[in-house]
Design a protein around this ligand. Structure first.
Ligand SMILES: *Cc1c(COP(=O)(O)O)cnc(C)c1O
Length: 396
Protein backbone atom coordinates (compact mmCIF):
# COMPACT_ATOMS: atom_id res chain seq x y z
CA UNK A 1 0.00 0.00 0.00
CA UNK A 2 1.30 3.51 -0.76
CA UNK A 3 0.86 6.50 1.48
CA UNK A 4 -2.20 8.44 0.30
CA UNK A 5 -1.58 12.22 0.47
CA UNK A 6 -5.04 13.13 -0.83
CA UNK A 7 -6.57 11.14 2.00
CA UNK A 8 -4.49 13.09 4.49
CA UNK A 9 -5.66 16.37 2.95
CA UNK A 10 -9.28 15.33 3.34
CA UNK A 11 -8.90 15.01 7.10
CA UNK A 12 -9.24 17.99 9.39
CA UNK A 13 -5.76 18.80 10.67
CA UNK A 14 -5.74 18.41 14.45
CA UNK A 15 -2.30 17.06 15.30
CA UNK A 16 1.01 16.20 13.67
CA UNK A 17 1.22 12.56 12.64
CA UNK A 18 4.06 10.52 11.15
CA UNK A 19 3.70 9.59 7.46
CA UNK A 20 2.59 6.04 8.04
CA UNK A 21 -0.69 4.19 8.10
CA UNK A 22 -1.32 1.32 10.45
CA UNK A 23 -3.12 -1.49 8.69
CA UNK A 24 -3.33 -4.30 11.25
CA UNK A 25 -2.59 -5.19 14.84
CA UNK A 26 -2.30 -8.27 16.98
CA UNK A 27 -1.53 -8.27 20.70
CA UNK A 28 1.42 -5.97 21.40
CA UNK A 29 2.24 -5.58 17.70
CA UNK A 30 1.14 -3.16 14.98
CA UNK A 31 1.96 -3.32 11.29
CA UNK A 32 2.17 -0.32 8.95
CA UNK A 33 1.44 0.08 5.21
CA UNK A 34 4.99 -1.03 4.34
CA UNK A 35 4.73 -4.22 6.37
CA UNK A 36 7.05 -2.90 9.09
CA UNK A 37 6.18 -4.10 12.61
CA UNK A 38 6.11 -2.04 15.80
CA UNK A 39 6.11 -3.14 19.43
CA UNK A 40 3.34 -1.01 20.89
CA UNK A 41 3.77 0.33 24.42
CA UNK A 42 1.21 3.08 23.94
CA UNK A 43 -1.79 0.94 22.96
CA UNK A 44 -3.97 3.84 21.93
CA UNK A 45 -3.09 5.67 25.19
CA UNK A 46 -3.90 2.85 27.61
CA UNK A 47 -7.01 1.96 25.65
CA UNK A 48 -6.25 -1.50 24.28
CA UNK A 49 -5.98 -3.22 27.64
CA UNK A 50 -5.96 -6.65 25.96
CA UNK A 51 -3.72 -5.62 23.07
CA UNK A 52 -4.74 -5.23 19.44
CA UNK A 53 -7.70 -7.27 18.17
CA UNK A 54 -8.07 -9.55 21.22
CA UNK A 55 -9.89 -12.71 20.04
CA UNK A 56 -12.53 -12.69 22.79
CA UNK A 57 -13.50 -9.09 21.99
CA UNK A 58 -13.47 -9.71 18.23
CA UNK A 59 -15.79 -12.65 18.78
CA UNK A 60 -18.13 -10.71 21.06
CA UNK A 61 -18.40 -7.89 18.50
CA UNK A 62 -18.94 -10.30 15.60
CA UNK A 63 -21.61 -12.26 17.44
CA UNK A 64 -23.40 -9.17 18.69
CA UNK A 65 -23.22 -7.39 15.31
CA UNK A 66 -25.01 -10.34 13.76
CA UNK A 67 -27.64 -10.36 16.53
CA UNK A 68 -28.61 -6.80 17.49
CA UNK A 69 -26.65 -3.57 17.00
CA UNK A 70 -28.91 -0.87 18.38
CA UNK A 71 -32.53 -1.15 19.48
CA UNK A 72 -32.28 2.53 20.72
CA UNK A 73 -31.56 3.69 24.24
CA UNK A 74 -35.31 3.93 24.84
CA UNK A 75 -35.34 0.14 25.34
CA UNK A 76 -33.42 -2.24 27.57
CA UNK A 77 -30.80 -4.48 26.01
CA UNK A 78 -29.17 -7.53 27.55
CA UNK A 79 -25.42 -6.73 27.17
CA UNK A 80 -25.76 -3.30 28.83
CA UNK A 81 -27.48 -4.82 31.86
CA UNK A 82 -24.99 -7.69 32.01
CA UNK A 83 -22.07 -5.24 32.00
CA UNK A 84 -23.68 -2.86 34.53
CA UNK A 85 -24.22 -5.79 36.93
CA UNK A 86 -20.59 -6.85 36.56
CA UNK A 87 -19.27 -3.34 37.28
CA UNK A 88 -21.53 -2.73 40.29
CA UNK A 89 -20.69 -6.21 41.60
CA UNK A 90 -16.95 -5.49 41.44
CA UNK A 91 -17.03 -1.96 42.86
CA UNK A 92 -18.59 0.19 45.60
CA UNK A 93 -21.07 1.66 43.09
CA UNK A 94 -24.73 0.78 42.60
CA UNK A 95 -25.68 2.39 39.27
CA UNK A 96 -24.03 2.74 35.87
CA UNK A 97 -24.74 5.01 32.91
CA UNK A 98 -22.85 4.06 29.76
CA UNK A 99 -21.26 6.73 27.57
CA UNK A 100 -19.17 6.77 24.40
CA UNK A 101 -16.02 8.54 25.58
CA UNK A 102 -14.22 9.45 28.76
CA UNK A 103 -15.03 13.11 28.28
CA UNK A 104 -18.73 12.30 27.96
CA UNK A 105 -18.64 10.19 31.12
CA UNK A 106 -16.93 13.05 32.98
CA UNK A 107 -19.44 15.54 31.59
CA UNK A 108 -22.11 13.26 33.07
CA UNK A 109 -20.30 13.16 36.42
CA UNK A 110 -20.24 16.96 36.50
CA UNK A 111 -23.96 17.11 35.71
CA UNK A 112 -24.75 14.48 38.34
CA UNK A 113 -22.77 16.36 41.01
CA UNK A 114 -24.50 19.64 40.14
CA UNK A 115 -27.90 17.96 40.25
CA UNK A 116 -27.07 16.42 43.62
CA UNK A 117 -26.00 19.89 44.80
CA UNK A 118 -29.35 21.33 43.72
CA UNK A 119 -31.21 18.67 45.66
CA UNK A 120 -28.99 18.39 48.73
CA UNK A 121 -26.73 21.41 49.02
CA UNK A 122 -28.82 24.42 48.19
CA UNK A 123 -27.52 24.72 44.63
CA UNK A 124 -23.82 24.26 45.40
CA UNK A 125 -22.14 23.61 42.03
CA UNK A 126 -18.39 24.20 42.22
CA UNK A 127 -16.16 21.21 41.70
CA UNK A 128 -12.57 21.48 42.91
CA UNK A 129 -10.16 19.95 40.37
CA UNK A 130 -6.38 19.96 40.12
CA UNK A 131 -3.56 21.72 38.36
CA UNK A 132 -2.25 19.64 35.44
CA UNK A 133 -5.27 17.34 35.52
CA UNK A 134 -6.88 16.04 32.34
CA UNK A 135 -10.58 15.23 32.10
CA UNK A 136 -11.38 15.45 28.39
CA UNK A 137 -12.05 17.81 25.50
CA UNK A 138 -15.65 18.98 25.83
CA UNK A 139 -16.08 22.56 27.04
CA UNK A 140 -16.93 21.54 30.61
CA UNK A 141 -14.20 18.89 30.85
CA UNK A 142 -11.60 21.25 29.37
CA UNK A 143 -12.65 23.77 32.02
CA UNK A 144 -12.30 21.09 34.68
CA UNK A 145 -8.85 20.18 33.36
CA UNK A 146 -5.78 21.92 34.72
CA UNK A 147 -3.75 21.83 31.51
CA UNK A 148 -1.74 25.03 31.10
CA UNK A 149 -3.36 27.29 28.50
CA UNK A 150 -6.68 25.49 28.40
CA UNK A 151 -8.36 28.27 30.35
CA UNK A 152 -7.86 30.56 27.34
CA UNK A 153 -8.23 28.57 24.07
CA UNK A 154 -12.02 28.43 23.92
CA UNK A 155 -12.86 31.18 26.38
CA UNK A 156 -15.10 31.74 28.17
CA UNK A 157 -14.71 28.61 30.26
CA UNK A 158 -17.53 26.77 31.94
CA UNK A 159 -17.64 28.30 35.41
CA UNK A 160 -17.01 26.58 38.73
CA UNK A 161 -13.81 24.55 38.59
CA UNK A 162 -11.32 26.05 41.07
CA UNK A 163 -7.92 24.33 40.90
CA UNK A 164 -6.00 22.88 43.85
CA UNK A 165 -2.56 21.24 43.97
CA UNK A 166 -2.38 17.47 43.87
CA UNK A 167 -1.19 15.89 47.14
CA UNK A 168 -1.70 19.16 49.06
CA UNK A 169 -4.82 18.78 51.18
CA UNK A 170 -4.57 22.33 52.54
CA UNK A 171 -4.79 23.70 49.00
CA UNK A 172 -8.11 21.85 48.66
CA UNK A 173 -9.42 22.97 52.03
CA UNK A 174 -8.61 26.59 51.19
CA UNK A 175 -10.90 26.50 48.12
CA UNK A 176 -13.99 25.13 49.87
CA UNK A 177 -16.93 27.49 50.29
CA UNK A 178 -20.68 26.93 50.62
CA UNK A 179 -20.97 26.63 46.84
CA UNK A 180 -18.54 23.72 46.63
CA UNK A 181 -20.26 20.44 45.86
CA UNK A 182 -17.43 18.05 44.97
CA UNK A 183 -13.77 17.28 44.43
CA UNK A 184 -12.80 15.49 41.22
CA UNK A 185 -9.41 13.93 40.49
CA UNK A 186 -7.49 11.26 38.63
CA UNK A 187 -6.04 8.77 41.17
CA UNK A 188 -2.93 8.90 38.99
CA UNK A 189 -2.60 12.00 36.80
CA UNK A 190 -1.94 10.44 33.41
CA UNK A 191 -1.45 13.18 30.82
CA UNK A 192 0.46 15.24 33.39
CA UNK A 193 3.18 12.58 33.34
CA UNK A 194 1.99 9.74 35.59
CA UNK A 195 1.79 11.49 38.96
CA UNK A 196 0.06 9.32 41.58
CA UNK A 197 -2.12 10.88 44.26
CA UNK A 198 -0.71 9.50 47.50
CA UNK A 199 -2.58 7.05 49.70
CA UNK A 200 -2.64 9.66 52.51
CA UNK A 201 -3.95 12.36 50.17
CA UNK A 202 -6.79 10.15 48.90
CA UNK A 203 -7.73 9.28 52.48
CA UNK A 204 -7.58 12.93 53.54
CA UNK A 205 -9.74 13.92 50.53
CA UNK A 206 -12.34 11.33 51.47
CA UNK A 207 -12.42 12.60 55.06
CA UNK A 208 -12.54 16.25 53.99
CA UNK A 209 -15.35 15.77 51.47
CA UNK A 210 -17.38 13.73 53.96
CA UNK A 211 -16.87 16.38 56.64
CA UNK A 212 -18.20 19.11 54.31
CA UNK A 213 -21.01 17.00 52.82
CA UNK A 214 -19.33 17.04 49.41
CA UNK A 215 -18.93 14.35 46.79
CA UNK A 216 -15.67 12.68 45.85
CA UNK A 217 -15.42 11.95 42.12
CA UNK A 218 -12.63 9.77 40.73
CA UNK A 219 -11.85 10.02 37.03
CA UNK A 220 -10.62 6.48 36.37
CA UNK A 221 -10.78 6.78 32.60
CA UNK A 222 -7.06 5.97 32.46
CA UNK A 223 -6.49 4.26 35.82
CA UNK A 224 -9.54 1.96 35.90
CA UNK A 225 -9.85 -1.58 34.62
CA UNK A 226 -6.68 -3.15 35.96
CA UNK A 227 -4.26 -0.50 34.74
CA UNK A 228 -2.81 0.09 38.22
CA UNK A 229 -2.82 -3.57 39.18
CA UNK A 230 -6.19 -3.27 40.97
CA UNK A 231 -9.46 -3.40 39.06
CA UNK A 232 -10.03 0.25 40.09
CA UNK A 233 -7.30 2.58 41.34
CA UNK A 234 -9.40 3.91 44.24
CA UNK A 235 -8.92 0.46 45.83
CA UNK A 236 -5.21 1.27 46.19
CA UNK A 237 -6.02 3.81 48.88
CA UNK A 238 -8.83 1.94 50.70
CA UNK A 239 -11.46 4.59 50.14
CA UNK A 240 -14.94 4.59 48.63
CA UNK A 241 -15.65 7.49 46.28
CA UNK A 242 -19.20 8.64 45.44
CA UNK A 243 -18.82 8.79 41.67
CA UNK A 244 -16.37 7.12 39.28
CA UNK A 245 -15.92 7.46 35.55
CA UNK A 246 -14.44 4.80 33.31
CA UNK A 247 -13.28 4.87 29.69
CA UNK A 248 -10.29 3.70 27.68
CA UNK A 249 -9.69 0.11 28.92
CA UNK A 250 -13.40 -0.57 29.55
CA UNK A 251 -13.93 -1.17 25.83
CA UNK A 252 -10.42 -2.46 24.98
CA UNK A 253 -10.42 -0.18 21.93
CA UNK A 254 -14.09 0.39 21.09
CA UNK A 255 -15.90 3.58 22.11
CA UNK A 256 -17.32 2.73 25.51
CA UNK A 257 -17.22 4.62 28.80
CA UNK A 258 -19.20 4.65 32.02
CA UNK A 259 -20.44 6.93 34.76
CA UNK A 260 -20.82 5.00 38.03
CA UNK A 261 -22.45 6.30 41.20
CA UNK A 262 -23.61 5.15 44.59
CA UNK A 263 -27.36 4.81 45.06
CA UNK A 264 -27.73 8.02 47.15
CA UNK A 265 -25.98 10.01 44.45
CA UNK A 266 -27.87 8.58 41.46
CA UNK A 267 -30.24 11.50 41.28
CA UNK A 268 -30.91 11.96 37.57
CA UNK A 269 -34.61 12.07 36.72
CA UNK A 270 -36.04 11.25 33.32
CA UNK A 271 -34.77 13.65 30.70
CA UNK A 272 -31.62 14.71 32.60
CA UNK A 273 -29.26 12.35 30.83
CA UNK A 274 -29.18 10.23 27.69
CA UNK A 275 -27.66 9.86 24.24
CA UNK A 276 -28.29 8.10 20.95
CA UNK A 277 -25.56 5.47 21.25
CA UNK A 278 -25.36 5.22 25.01
CA UNK A 279 -25.28 1.66 26.28
CA UNK A 280 -25.77 0.18 22.81
CA UNK A 281 -25.44 -3.61 22.78
CA UNK A 282 -22.58 -3.72 20.27
CA UNK A 283 -20.21 -1.80 22.55
CA UNK A 284 -21.47 -3.21 25.83
CA UNK A 285 -21.14 -6.78 24.49
CA UNK A 286 -17.49 -5.97 23.81
CA UNK A 287 -17.38 -4.56 27.34
CA UNK A 288 -18.65 -7.81 28.85
CA UNK A 289 -15.90 -9.76 27.07
CA UNK A 290 -13.27 -7.31 28.34
CA UNK A 291 -14.55 -7.43 31.90
CA UNK A 292 -14.55 -11.22 31.97
CA UNK A 293 -11.01 -11.37 30.57
CA UNK A 294 -9.76 -9.05 33.33
CA UNK A 295 -11.60 -10.97 36.04
CA UNK A 296 -10.20 -14.34 34.97
CA UNK A 297 -8.21 -15.94 37.81
CA UNK A 298 -4.59 -14.77 37.79
CA UNK A 299 -5.06 -11.90 35.31
CA UNK A 300 -4.40 -9.06 37.75
CA UNK A 301 -1.57 -11.05 39.40
CA UNK A 302 0.11 -11.17 36.01
CA UNK A 303 -0.39 -7.40 35.59
CA UNK A 304 1.39 -6.86 38.91
CA UNK A 305 4.22 -9.22 37.98
CA UNK A 306 4.73 -7.43 34.64
CA UNK A 307 4.53 -4.06 36.43
CA UNK A 308 7.36 -5.09 38.73
CA UNK A 309 9.43 -6.29 35.79
CA UNK A 310 8.86 -3.01 33.95
CA UNK A 311 9.58 -0.91 37.04
CA UNK A 312 12.82 -2.81 37.79
CA UNK A 313 13.92 -2.56 34.17
CA UNK A 314 13.24 1.18 33.99
CA UNK A 315 15.11 1.74 37.25
CA UNK A 316 18.10 -0.16 35.89
CA UNK A 317 18.03 1.94 32.73
CA UNK A 318 17.73 5.09 34.80
CA UNK A 319 20.75 4.13 36.94
CA UNK A 320 22.83 3.30 33.91
CA UNK A 321 22.08 6.56 32.09
CA UNK A 322 21.98 8.88 35.08
CA UNK A 323 18.26 9.52 34.69
CA UNK A 324 15.87 10.44 37.52
CA UNK A 325 14.13 7.14 38.21
CA UNK A 326 10.65 5.97 37.40
CA UNK A 327 7.19 6.17 38.97
CA UNK A 328 3.63 4.98 38.55
CA UNK A 329 1.21 2.26 39.58
CA UNK A 330 0.82 -1.07 37.82
CA UNK A 331 1.29 -0.82 34.07
CA UNK A 332 0.95 2.96 33.99
CA UNK A 333 4.54 4.09 34.48
CA UNK A 334 6.88 6.92 33.58
CA UNK A 335 10.64 7.08 33.18
CA UNK A 336 12.07 10.45 34.23
CA UNK A 337 14.72 11.25 31.67
CA UNK A 338 16.44 14.11 33.45
CA UNK A 339 16.52 16.09 30.21
CA UNK A 340 14.10 17.07 27.47
CA UNK A 341 14.91 14.36 24.93
CA UNK A 342 11.59 12.48 25.28
CA UNK A 343 10.30 13.51 21.83
CA UNK A 344 13.64 12.59 20.20
CA UNK A 345 13.56 9.16 21.86
CA UNK A 346 9.93 8.60 20.82
CA UNK A 347 10.78 9.46 17.20
CA UNK A 348 13.98 7.40 17.05
CA UNK A 349 12.21 4.40 18.63
CA UNK A 350 9.37 4.58 16.11
CA UNK A 351 11.74 4.89 13.14
CA UNK A 352 14.04 2.09 14.41
CA UNK A 353 14.80 -0.67 11.85
CA UNK A 354 13.89 -3.37 11.25
CA UNK A 355 11.23 -3.13 13.98
CA UNK A 356 9.83 0.04 15.49
CA UNK A 357 8.90 0.70 19.11
CA UNK A 358 5.94 2.92 19.99
CA UNK A 359 6.40 5.07 23.10
CA UNK A 360 4.82 8.27 24.37
CA UNK A 361 6.25 11.44 25.92
CA UNK A 362 3.40 13.43 27.49
CA UNK A 363 6.08 15.80 28.79
CA UNK A 364 9.44 16.35 27.08
CA UNK A 365 11.39 15.12 30.11
CA UNK A 366 9.65 11.78 30.55
CA UNK A 367 8.38 8.70 28.77
CA UNK A 368 5.05 7.08 29.61
CA UNK A 369 4.50 3.33 29.32
CA UNK A 370 0.98 1.94 28.86
CA UNK A 371 1.38 -1.55 27.38
CA UNK A 372 -1.44 -4.03 26.99
CA UNK A 373 -2.27 -5.52 30.40
CA UNK A 374 -1.58 -8.97 28.94
CA UNK A 375 1.86 -7.93 27.63
CA UNK A 376 4.28 -10.86 27.95
CA UNK A 377 7.48 -11.06 29.98
CA UNK A 378 9.41 -11.46 26.75
CA UNK A 379 7.84 -8.36 25.19
CA UNK A 380 8.84 -6.23 28.18
CA UNK A 381 12.38 -7.62 28.01
CA UNK A 382 12.48 -6.82 24.30
CA UNK A 383 11.12 -3.30 24.83
CA UNK A 384 13.71 -2.55 27.53
CA UNK A 385 16.55 -3.82 25.35
CA UNK A 386 15.40 -1.78 22.37
CA UNK A 387 14.83 1.33 24.48
CA UNK A 388 18.39 1.04 25.75
CA UNK A 389 19.72 0.99 22.18
CA UNK A 390 17.56 3.98 21.25
CA UNK A 391 18.70 5.98 24.27
CA UNK A 392 22.33 5.12 23.44
CA UNK A 393 21.90 6.45 19.91
CA UNK A 394 19.95 9.59 20.86
CA UNK A 395 22.42 10.48 23.61
CA UNK A 396 25.59 9.64 21.67
C1 LIG B 1 -8.29 9.98 28.13
C2 LIG B 1 -8.85 10.60 29.35
C3 LIG B 1 -10.07 11.29 29.33
C4 LIG B 1 -10.83 11.56 28.06
O1 LIG B 1 -11.32 10.38 27.47
P1 LIG B 1 -11.82 10.44 25.95
O2 LIG B 1 -12.35 9.07 25.71
O3 LIG B 1 -10.62 10.79 25.12
O4 LIG B 1 -12.86 11.49 25.89
C5 LIG B 1 -10.56 11.78 30.52
N1 LIG B 1 -9.90 11.59 31.68
C6 LIG B 1 -8.74 10.94 31.75
C7 LIG B 1 -8.06 10.75 33.06
C8 LIG B 1 -8.15 10.43 30.58
O5 LIG B 1 -6.98 9.80 30.64
Amino acid sequence: MTFDRSGVDALMEITSRPELVFVRGQGSWLEDHNGKRYLDFVQGWAVNCLGHCPPEVVKAINDQAATLINPSPAFYNAPSMALAKRITGASCFDRVFFANSGAEANEGAIKLARKWGQLNRNGAFKIITFDHSFHGRTLATMSASGKPGWDKIFAPQVDGFPKADLNDIESVRALIDDQTVAVMLEPVQGEAGVIPATHEFMQALRALTTEHNMLLIVDEVQTGYGRTGKMFAYELSDIQPDIMTLGKGIGAGVPLAALCAREEVSVFVHGDQGGTYNGNPLMTAAGVAVFDALMAPGFLDAVNARAKQLSDGLNALSDKWGMQGERGDGLLRALMLGRDDGPAIVEAARDWEPQGLLLNAPRPNLLRFMPALNVTEQEITQMLAQLEEVVARVRS
